[in-house]
Design a protein around this ligand. Structure first.
Ligand code: FUB
Length: 343
């Protein structure tokens, strides 16, 4: 929901109608990536702050500096803030903008995957390691070779292969990589290099991770999202095309790729038969929340499926001061997901 349309909102009414309350209110948190490790829920969010940067369509106002990990003993319990897990000053290659992270576990080690801008102003994706799910995490000296853009989500398949899904338009710079090389021209334009409305939309990327989860084992590949006729979604189809916030989960053997449509503010999903796709667009998981961005994860807890998401209701609509929430989602018998209304 764009910031200009919030003036008329009565936040008391809105919060009374809300599907759920912020999981924590002492800090602002966003972009929640939730996992269950050893029976406990861990949420890896962005840590929103007001760094005084003006709002723009490049997301300069999202000037986050560190990550905190939240944990919950059960879906009903209070979320605990486990303090600073990684700070940008401890990441040699990263200069600023610690955007939406994810994490995963392998052989008793925990890996935090995060995007940040390097000293050339280019978003890269890094990894940091800990022996605890709550950190502190120690960052690798360099970003993942061949990584670009934002919003990594690392999915562990049933056969223990791990895949990273990533990408984001406008401030997330995906459109600057159309030739495989970063295009630094027109630096202030969020929409330069976006395909024309009738051309296929830009696609998110996927790459299989190496055994140590520190590298890609292959060149990242585009993940196709098709319409009901088997055609790639068009760039002008802004209600359905990928914008940012990639996530992958599995349900009854099918792969569900979900994402945000950005400037139209929906969380949508598409279904495929394998981790690389193609995926067919199926519908919406979440209607627009208060705040410009919408970002989520889907996580099974005790046999039920939950959507972790965020909105800006606690900050009364400030785009870059968001709060993480959780709500149960349900599937119909054909595998489709019932759309949630956040209020
Ligand atoms: O939190 C910063 C950026 O906003 C994320 O990386 C995007 O997904 C959007 O939520």
């Amino acid at each position: 929901m764009p910031e200009e349309s919030i003036d008329h909102i009565n936040f008391e009414d809105l919060n009374n109608k809300a599907l759920s309350k912020p999981l924590v209110s002492h800090i602002y948190t966003a972009d929640p990536s939730a996992h269950v490790f050893d029976g406990k829920i861990y949420i890896y969010p962005s840590h929103d702050i007001d760094a005084g940067e003006a709002f723009d369509d490049l997301g300069s106002h999202f000037a986050m500096e560190d990550y905190h990990v939240l944990s919950m003993d059960s879906i009903e319990s209070d979320a605990v803030d486990n303090g600073v897990a990684l700070h940008v000053k401890d990441v040699l290659w990263a200069k600023q903008q610690m955007w939406a992270p994810d994490a995963n576990e392998k052989n008793g080690n925990y890996y935090l995957f995060f995007p940040a801008k390097d000293y050339e102003g280019v978003f890269r994706i890094g990894v940091a390691i800990s022996n605890s799910p709550t950190g502190p995490f120690k960052a690798q000296l360099e970003a993942i070779k061949g990584s670009f853009s934002i919003d990594p989500a690392v999915f562990k398949d049933d056969n223990e292969d791990y895949y990273m899904y990533f990408g984001g338009l406008w401030g997330g710079q995906l459109q600057r990589w159309r030739t495989g090389v970063f295009n630094a021209s027109q630096p202030d334009s969020p929409t330069a290099f976006i395909p024309d409305a009738n051309d296929p939309a830009l696609l998110p990327f996927v790459a299989k991770m190496s055994d140590n989860l520190l590298e890609f084992t292959e060149e990242p590949k585009e993940l196709q999202i098709l319409d009901e006729n088997g055609q790639l979604l068009k760039s002008g189809d802004t209600d359905r095309r990928f914008f940012e916030a990639a996530w992958m989960h599995k349900h009854k053997g099918k792969y569900y790729f979900s994402y945000s449509t950005g400037d139209t503010h929906f969380i949508c999903y598409a279904i495929g038969d394998n981790p690389y796709g193609p995926f067919t667009y199926m519908g919406r998981i979440l209607n627009p929340v208060v705040g410009w961005t919408s970002h989520h994860s889907v996580c099974d807890v005790d046999g039920k499926t939950y959507l972790f998401y965020h909105d800006s209701s606690l900050s009364k609509g400030v785009t870059h001061l968001r709060s993480v929430k959780v709500a149960k989602i349900s599937y119909r018998s054909d595998g489709s997901i019932v759309t949630l209304n956040p209020y």
